[in-house]
Design a binder for this molecule. Structure first.
Ligand code: HEC
Length: 154
C-alpha cells in the first residue's frame, strides 16, 4: 500500500514537472478556455505544442497540404487564397497587427480565441490539431524577411 502511494506521488510530481504553456487571448489577455475546443484535436502534435509553444508540424510538407485545404475552407474567403489579404489582413508577409503572431504560440492564441470584429474564435470551425495544420501552411507560404520569422528561432 505504502509503495503504491509513493508511486502515485512520483507520477504526480512527474506530471507537474512537465508544465504546460498557458494560453491567453490576443486582445484581452485572459486565459483561453480550452473547454471550448472541438473534439479530436488533442493529438500528439498538439500535446507537444502545449509543452513547447512550437508547432511540430512546421516544415512537414504533407501536413502543409492538409493545412492548405483547411485554410481554403475556413480562412481564404476573408484573407485571400494566397493569404494576400482581403477583408482580413495578409498573413504571408512580415507585417502583423499583433506582433506575437510571429511566434507559434501567439498565432495559435489568435486563431483559437479570435481578435476584433470579423475575426471570431476559430474553435467554432476547427479543432486544435487542425489549427496547427493551418498554421504550418501559413508559415510555409511566408514571403517576409527571414530574420523576422521568430517561430524559427529556438
Ligand atoms: C469572416 C472573415 C474572417 C475569417 C473567416 C477569418 N478571418 Fe482572420 N481576420 C479577419 C479580420 C477582419 C481580421 C482583423 C482583426 C483585427 O485586427 O483584430 C483578422 C485577423 C487575423 C489575424 C491577425 C493578423 C495580424 O496581422 O496580426 C490572423 C493571424 C488571422 N486572422 C488568421 C485567420 C485564419 C488562419 C483563419 C482561418 C482559420 C481566419 N483568420 C479566418 C477576418 C477573418
Amino acid at each position: 500500500m505504502k509503495k503504491l502511494l509513493s508511486i502515485a506521488l512520483l507520477a504526480t510530481f512527474a506530471a507537474a514537472a512537465q508544465a504546460e504553456i498557458s494560453l491567453h487571448h490576443a486582445i484581452t489577455g485572459e486565459v483561453l478556455d480550452m473547454s471550448f475546443a472541438k473534439k479530436g484535436g488533442n493529438t500528439e502534435a498538439f500535446k507537444e505544442f502545449m509543452q513547447t509553444g512550437k508547432n511540430p508540424y512546421n516544415g512537414n510538407k504533407e501536413v502543409v497540404e492538409q493545412g492548405k485545404s483547411l485554410y481554403m475552407t475556413g480562412c481564404s474567403g476573408c484573407h485571400g487564397h494566397e493569404a494576400e489579404g482581403k477583408l482580413g489582413p495578409g498573413l504571408a508577409d512580415d507585417y502583423w497587427t499583433y506582433p506575437r503572431n510571429a511566434t507559434d504560440q501567439g498565432l495559435f492564441e489568435l486563431l483559437f480565441g479570435g481578435a476584433n470584429g470579423m475575426m471570431g474564435p476559430q474553435y467554432v470551425s476547427f479543432n486544435t490539431d487542425e489549427m496547427l495544420k493551418i498554421m504550418a501552411f501559413i508559415r510555409d507560404i511566408y514571403t517576409g524577411d527571414p530574420k523576422k520569422a521568430k517561430w524559427l528561432k529556438p
